[in-house]
Design a protein around this ligand. Structure first.
Ligand code: PMP
Length: 278
């Protein structure tokens, strides 16, 4: 199996990561996950742009042109003959004798990317899944797609231990986002999702959905909503690269509306399918 290591496509077994890599020691780096449908990268520019934005926000300089990076990712998908799955890519601040402050001298970032087969979660998308409310205890720069995911991991694990697909995080009364997804509710035929501030990651899937709404006459508002709004919503769904438009039919013990995926959720699933051209 081939992977990308510092811009070159090589055998996975040939990779050598130093024990003092700052990604390994501090989670000092950034990442992206890009969906591959039918051997093509979905919304690749958007993901790569976000990668460069995250890098900029933590002062990591990416020593590749965007186009060059995309071309190598596409080459990797071809070489590995990936049809349906994902590409994972990450860059760390590189390797340096351990100290909290940035390396003083020029240290190149360490860049890794690999592919993985991953089916579209059809059954869950048809039937809907459960969510668990979890207090959002993460830091205040959730807009950065950073390798530091402890808060997200602990939230997801809590949800999994309750038999739930996703943790729906909240800061006090306000819903923020899932542990690895954005949250949408429908009330009186209007879609509502939280504005993309420093408290959430501005999901690429979220942005695709907002655009689909605007193009198809579905009303949408970017507005803060509360736990109560969520529990009393007509429909709830989450969005992410791997889960697309995923209906939430129950939150904690509260069944959402009739307990089946709602009309607007279904409509958006359909529009999303059209968009990816499957
Ligand atoms: N929020 C968080 C915290 C995430 O980890 C993710 C998925 N990486 C998302 C939202 C959804 O983002 P996207 O649609 O770009 O996958």
């Amino acid at each position: 199996e081939k992977i990308i290591f510092n811009g070159e496509i090589i055998e996975r077994s040939k990779v050598n990561i130093d024990i003092e890599d700052r990604g390994y020691q501090f989670g000092d780096g950034i990442y992206e996950v890009i969906r591959v449908y039918n051997g093509t990268l979905f919304t690749k520019e958007e993901h790569v742009n976000r990668l460069y934005e995250s890098a900029e926000k933590i002062s990591i300089h990416i020593p590749y042109e965007k186009l060059e990076l995309i071309q190598t990712l596409e080459e990797l998908v071809q070489v590995n003959q990936l049809k349906t799955g994902i590409i994972y890519l990450q860059l760390t601040r590189g390797s340096f004798p351990r100290q909290h402050g940035f390396p003083k001298s020029e240290v190149p970032p360490v860049y890794v990317a690999y592919t993985r087969e991953m089916p579209i979660p059809k059954v869950s998308m048809d039937d809907g899944v459960k969510g668990l409310l979890v207090e959002d205890v993460r830091w205040l720069r959730c807009d950065i797609k950073s390798l530091n995911l402890l808060g997200n991991i602990l939230a997801k694990q809590k949800a999994a231990e309750s038999g739930c697909f996703e943790a729906i995080q909240h800061r006090g009364e306000e819903i923020t986002e899932g542990s690895s997804s954005n949250v949408f509710i429908v009330k009186d035929h209007c879609l509502i999702t939280r504005p993309a501030t420093n408290l959430i990651l501005n999901g690429i899937t979220r942005q695709v959905i907002i655009k689909l709404c605007q193009e198809n006459g579905i009303s949408i508002r970017e507005e803060i909503f509360t736990i109560n709004d969520l529990l009393e919503a007509d429909e709830v769904f989450i969005s992410s690269t791997t889960s697309e438009v995923m209906p939430i039919i129950q939150v904690n013990d509260k069944v959402i509306s009739s307990g089946t995926p709602g009309e607007i959720t279904r409509k958006l699933q359909h529009l999303f399918q059209q968009k990816i051209g499957l």
